[in-house]
Design a protein around this ligand. Structure first.
Ligand code: NAD
Length: 394
């Protein structure tokens, strides 16, 4: 099958297995180029391991520190005439390369919020890996079936309290327009916290502890975002921000349980990057397009692999241990939030129009990063060649 990109709004409905493998290899190459992080983690569970920050964390653990990894993710295999989701191909590529390097790489595809997938994960650990010394929690999901009530909760990306109007870009069509988003209802706020807040992370840590599968000194990290005030109504002060506050609450509760054993838990605030999750947020893709332009010009740009390599080498297993801000968070968004970077973004923001989008922003860089998420536009991949889309999970 010859596979071409088919972009529909903020998703691409096709993905390329060889391109996804080349993308994973780029991340592995980056991590290896930075040299080993030792002593680093030895046995790592990554929840949300198939794309974005979770996949980059898995690459950093395996190829930076030689860790065995178990990945949990929710991806769709190929069907008749239809390629699998990119996380499926990413995971196969990662697993082949990790196993070739002599590392254990286990995979569990299913709903991480469910009791069944937690049970399968514990079984895999007991049988193949033993207790883990690091748990990465990197889920980004639009819904959660609550394991106790069976109720379906849907997360929304909306402001809280008042409508929010700002510029946004249709990244596919290149149209810059104003968008007004009505505020969330109390039920939508509660549902978003149930999906993207900290309860599930706590359930995972509790299940691992009960099963004796947390090694002495085990650590856990989950990811958040803050960003500049231009996006606060839709992010930091919106429904997702309230869910992230709950994730911070959970970090403190988990930290209190891990600390007596010499471990700990914290939130890492990461940089805004093109991922499947961030491309669905209104206004944010325009911000990212401007931010990329500014950070690339200043030589400060980083992708998922660079961010996660830095998290492992400089913070989690850094010589001085993690460096926390006043709220106890690690700040990998330090370069994004530099005053000169944000001043440049603020200057460009009001000038952007449909007509000057290509000149005022890095929309070209945004689009090429977006296509890379689906395995398109990678150097060395022959996109005219027939490729086998039906690959079994390893
Ligand atoms: P992503 O969409 O690339 O990855 C999400 C992962 O979660 C995938 O592996 C997916 O398979 C998995 N997943 C989703 N629902 C699942 C379910 N029910 N069961 C099992 N696995 C499931 O997203 P991302 O952008 O890498 O986001 C990961 C974390 O990083 C989120 O907490 C996000 O808020 C945070 N973050 C993202 C950015 C950004 O700019 N993208 C910035 C800072 C922090």
């Amino acid at each position: 099958m010859v596979i071409k990109p088919k972009v529909r709004g903020f998703v691409c409905v096709t993905s390329h297995p060889a391109g996804c493998a080349a993308h994973v290899q780029e991340w592995i190459d980056h991590v290896k180029s930075k040299g080993p992080v030792k002593p680093g983690p030895r046995k790592v569970l990554v929840i949300g391991s198939s794309t974005g920050y979770g996949l980059a964390s898995r690459v950093a653990a395996a190829f930076g520190s030689g860790a065995d990894t178990l990945g949990v993710f929710f991806e769709r295999p190929s069907e008749e005439g239809r390629p699998a989701t990119p996380g499926w191909y990413n995971t196969i590529a990662f697993t082949e390369k990790a196993r070739a390097a002599g590392l254990h790489a286990g995979n569990i595809n299913g709903d991480a919020y469910s009791a069944e997938i937690k049970r399968q994960t514990l079984e895999h650990l007991k049988a193949h890996m033993g207790p883990v010394d690091l748990v990465i929690y990197s889920l980004a999901s639009p819904r959660r079936v609550h394991p106790q009530t069976g109720a379906i909760h849907k997360s929304v990306l909306k402001p809280v309290g008042a409508p929010y109007t700002n510029k946004t870009v249709d990244t596919d069509k290149g149209l810059v327009t104003d968008i007004t988003i009505e505020p969330a209802t109390p039920q939508e706020i509660a549902d978003t916290i149930t999906v993207m807040g900290g309860e599930d992370w706590e359930l995972w840590m509790e299940a691992l502890a009960q099963a004796g599968l947390l090694a002495p000194g085990a650590k856990s990290v989950a990811y958040s975002y803050i960003g500049p005030d231009v996006t606060w109504p839709i992010y930091k002060n919106g429904t997702i921000g309230l869910a992230k506050n709950d994730l911070e609450r959970a970090a403190k509760a988990i930290d209190a349980r891990l600390r007596p054993g010499g471990g700990g838990a914290f939130i890492s605030v990461n940089k805004a990057l093109v991922t499947q999750a961030s491309s669905a947020i209104p206004v944010v893709p325009l911000y990212i397009s401007i931010l990329y332009k500014v950070m690339k010009a200043a030589g400060l740009h980083e992708g998922c692999a660079e961010q996660m390599q830095r998290l492992f080498a400089d913070e989690l297993y850094g010589p001085q241990g993690p460096r926390f801000d006043e709220a106890g968070r690690v700040r990998l968004d330090d370069r994004e939030m530099r005053p000169e970077v944000q001043a440049a973004v603020r200057e460009i923001w009001p000038q952007v129009t449909t007509e000057n989008l290509a000149a005022t922003t890095d929309i070209a860089g945004y689009r090429s990063e977006f296509l890379k998420l689906f395995g398109f536009g990678l150097a060395g991949v022959d996109y005219a060649a027939d490729v086998e889309p039906h690959l079994p999970m390893l």
